[in-house]
Ligand binder design. Structure first.
Ligand code: NDP
Length: 284
């Protein structure tokens, strides 16, 4: 194998240690950091995510409360719950599991979460801070893409980063987050002609599409850093957007799937709870 493997699990373990140390310090100051998760309905994946968040958070020393509401819950009741959590000083982070049932407006619910407790980084105010470069709470997956590069000791400033995908969750916020790191940025999407021409220019190639193994080895510049944010279900397992087995012979550094970008997301959500506490203190 030519490429160095970027070990997302090991990086996540380091971030968890940092987060746990900060939780201990806060507890000495009498603050018990707490994440509240709101789950409406019984979407099986959401139930699994909520429970795994609970386990991860508890291990890090966080308080955790799951508000699991029936699928028939009315929008006003969800809004009222979030407003109550916004005003609850013992709750430092709020996360709403998606998807919500169809009769509930995702946009309205997201806008109701206090921007200072929005650990998923979805509130329009936090989205605005990504553009303005101000401190805010930013989404975990694009943050993870940047962390795996930085923590591997690889430079971003001055490098040409090519992002494939402009989705609201990963690609679009990542454009501005990596621009802040002083990369030169190209964004590709489904209407980009000759995608391979662009991807071959990349010093840092980030895939955030949702199409299994679509980035082939001949689309990668030899020695490039390849970061795969894609999660695709195939043959009872998961794979990324990059054709890993072939790509690792060309790339200089590469993240696997699983074991790459996705390994960091829960740790980064909890790190956002701590960042939220700092931002909440500044507002007081
Ligand atoms: P979206 O579905 O919102 O966006 C996908 C993007 O890919 C769109 O911008 C689309 O272009 C582009 N695209 C689709 N087909 C092509 C193509 N053939 N060539 C070039 N671009 C194409 O995705 P998300 O941003 O929500 O997620 C992206 C990936 O990240 C998914 O695989 C998802 O599973 C994964 N993910 C991973 C997480 C993790 O923890 N690791 C968390 C969240 C998501 P257009 O805009 O023109 O339609």
């Amino acid at each position: 194998m030519a490429a160095n493997l970027i070990d997302g699990k090991a990086i996540a373990a380091t971030i968890r240690e940092e987060v746990a140390a900060e939780v201990s310090k806060l507890k000495e100051e009498g603050i018990s950091p707490k994440l509240a998760v709101v789950l409406v309905g019984d979407d099986p994946a959401s139930v699994v995510y909520a429970n795994s968040k609970k386990n991860a958070g508890t291990k890090l020393g966080f308080e955790f409360e799951l508000f699991h509401l029936p699928g028939s819950t009315q929008e006003e009741e969800v809004i009222a719950l979030i407003e109550k959590l916004n005003g609850d000083e013992t709750v430092h982070g709020i996360m709403v599991e998606l998807p919500l049932p169809k009769h509930i407006s995702k946009e309205r619910v997201m806008k109701t979460v206090s921007p200072l407790k929005d650990v998923d980084g979805v509130h329009p105010i936090n989205r605005g801070y990504i553009l303005s470069g101000e401190e805010g709470l930013f989404p975990a997956t694009p943050e993870s893409c940047i962390e795996v590069i930085k923590r591997s000791g690889l430079p971003i400033a001055g490098k040409h980063a090519v992002i494939v995908g402009r989705g609201e969750t990963v690609g679009k916020p990542l454009v501005f987050m990596i621009l802040k790191e002083n990369a030169t940025v190209t964004v590709c999407h489904s209407r980009t002609p000759d995608l391979a021409y662009h991807t071959r220019q990349a010093d840092i190639l980030i895939a955030a599409v949702g199409k299994a193994k679509m980035i082939k080895a001949d689309m990668i510049k030899p020695g490039a850093v390849v970061v795969d944010a894609g999660i695709n279900e195939i043959d009872g397992g998961i794979c990324g957007d990059v054709d890993f087995e072939a790509a690792k012979e060309v790339a200089g550094w590469i993240t696997p799937v699983p074991g790459g970008v996705g390994s960091l997301t829960t740790a980064l959500i909890y790190r956002n709870v701590l960042k939220g506490i700092r931002l909440q203190r500044q507002q007081q």
